[in-house]
Ligand binder design. Structure first.
Ligand code: URP
Ligand code: ZN
Ligand code: ZN
Ligand code: ZN
Length: 484
């Protein structure tokens, strides 16, 4: 059984050209003119691009006394509906819990996925057991990234000494650390002061996490990674303060990546000043939405290459869940959705406006992260031999985003009312047509775990350089006699 995607324009991170794509089973087997196959998918007028990869989602995540409502079933269904064919979730051990035990729990949840998935492993506590298990996670379990929270004091937050130890362990194992970069001590103090002053609404969430807490933590993590001799990936980069630290580090030759979210690119801090408590609370996430200057900085970073990936941090809580924090903003579960909307919103606000080229769109939605995660060109590519994870993108199709028509299981959408232009006509997940003419045809459980090997190219190059430039004892011939 073969499928041919016919009459479209192939758009990759570096090329735009007219060709058909032939798929057999789960794999792209031929790219060329006038191909034929058992089934033909009409791509005329469309762009044929690698399916989106969202490297930052939290599906059914235990967090702040509850679980995020979208699980691997509804979350990955939303992904497919929006042209995304792979997600990377965060496996988060409880303090004291074995990493392997936590992984087992995540595997139990992920079996329902409609698209392929992988995990980043959270380093949420530290001792010799964690140090030892990291090796098994990398070498036997196919996970090459470890996440560190510099915020959420008293819960997920790690201290600098733990982070430094873990980063060094990552370097030894050919793995890469990720950071949620906010100064958790400052956030805790600002939050307490705001509450004491009676400032308990959702807007105080934003006041408690100014750009400086993110800039400081980003810079700290970059310096610690540099001393540990390992590349660094900064998740949800939301502001110029953090972007500036990343940009400066990259100019110095440090291997640092930054990941803005579609929410931070398109929604601003005025959302928190809405008179409707629910409206504001539904948008509470960390880091919070910022002003237009910060947004401009993020767009510029994507265009110039100082920021590499657009993600969602999809972590969806219902209005009822958000209302836990009705009298205390620190109890509002942090997180927003976006899986279904990332590609259409980025196309509309990026490509249609001319802020990004189509090729840059592909780079920041799939190809760059596939390279960073060491799964390129299995994922993130339209090439013979690659997985047939493909989105056939209709640039003329429009819709108004609404919770009423979304796949996500929550009761609202932070992009409600936004007009988008550019939507998937077909989404293929490993060769299976999972969205056909805009209608979902995907199957629960179709998704598979994607193993990721260590020693990604940039990490390997960096460790060679660090070894070459490491401090060395100076051998001297004539050593003067000691004493006076
Ligand atoms: O507010 C957020 N971002 N919630 C999800 C957890 C995290 O910090 O990424
Ligand atoms: Zn985070
Ligand atoms: Zn509203
Ligand atoms: Zn997150």
């Amino acid at each position: 059984m073969s499928t041919v995607i016919k009459g479209g324009t192939i758009v990759t991170a570096d090329l735009t050209y007219t060709a058909d794509v032939k798929i057999e089973g789960e794999t792209i087997v031929e790219i060329g003119r006038d191909l034929s196959g058992d089934e033909v998918l009409d791509a005329s007028g469309c762009m044929v691009m690698p399916g989106g990869i969202d490297p930052h989602v939290h599906l059914e995540m235990p967090f702040m006394g509850t679980y995020s409502t979208d699980d691997f079933e509804s979350g990955t269904r939303a992904a497919i509906a929006g042209g995304t064919t792979m997600v990377v979730d965060f496996c988060l051990p409880n303090p004291g819990q074995s990493l392997l035990e936590a992984l087992q729990r995540w595997d139990n949840k992920a079996g329902r996925a409609h698209c392929d998935y992988s995990y980043h492993m959270g380093i949420t506590w530290w001792d010799e057991q964690v140090f030892n298990e990291m090796k098994t996670i990398v070498e036997d379990k196919g996970i090459n990234t470890f996440k560190h929270f510099m915020a959420y004091k008293g819960a997920l937050m790690v201290q600098d000494d733990e982070m430094y130890a873990s980063f060094q362990r990552c370097a030894e194992l050919g793995a890469m650390p990720l950071v949620h970069a906010e100064n958790g001590d400052v956030v805790a103090d600002l939050s307490a002061k705001l509450l004491a002053a009676g400032n308990n609404g959702p807007e105080a969430h934003a006041y408690s996490r100014p750009p400086q807490v993110e800039g400081e933590a980003t810079n700290r993590a970059i310096m610690i990674a540099d001393m540990a001799g390992v590349p660094l990936y900064v998740v949800h980069t939301s502001c110029e303060d953090s972007h500036e630290a990343i940009r400066r580090a990259r100019q110095q030759g440090k291997r640092v990546y930054g990941e803005p979210l579609i929410q931070h690119l398109t929604l601003d801090e005025s959302e928190y000043f809405d008179k409707d408590w629910d409206h504001a609370a539904r948008r509470v996430m960390s880091p919070p939405f910022r002003n237009k200057q910060h947004q401009d900085s993020l767009w510029a970073g994507l265009a110039s290459g100082s920021l590499q990936v657009v993600a969602t941090d999809h972590c969806a809580f219902t209005t009822d869940q958000k209302r836990t924090g009705i009298n205390d903003f620190t109890k509002i579960p942090n997180g927003t959705g976006g899986l279904e909307d990332r590609l259409p919103m980025l196309w509309t606000y990026g490509v249609v406006t001319g802020r990004l080229t189509m090729n840059e769109f592909v780079a920041v939605t799939s190809t760059n992260i596939a390279k960073i995660l060491n799964i390129y060109p299995k994922k993130g590519a339209i090439l013979v031999g690659a997985d047939a994870d493909i989105v056939v993108w209709d640039p003329t199709k429009t819709k108004t985003i609404s919770a009423k028509t979304q796949q996500s299981a929550i009761d609202y959408n932070v992009f409600e009312g936004k007009q988008v232009q550019g939507l998937p006509r077909f989404t293929l997940s490993r060769g299976t047509v999972s969205l056909r003419d805009g209608e979902l045809t995907s199957k629960e459980g179709h998704g598979q775990f994607v193993k990721r090997e260590p020693y990604q190219a940039v990490g390997k190059a960096l460790s060679t350089w660090k070894e070459l430039t490491a401090p060395r004892k100076i051998e001297r011939s004539g050593i003067p006699a000691s004493g006076v």
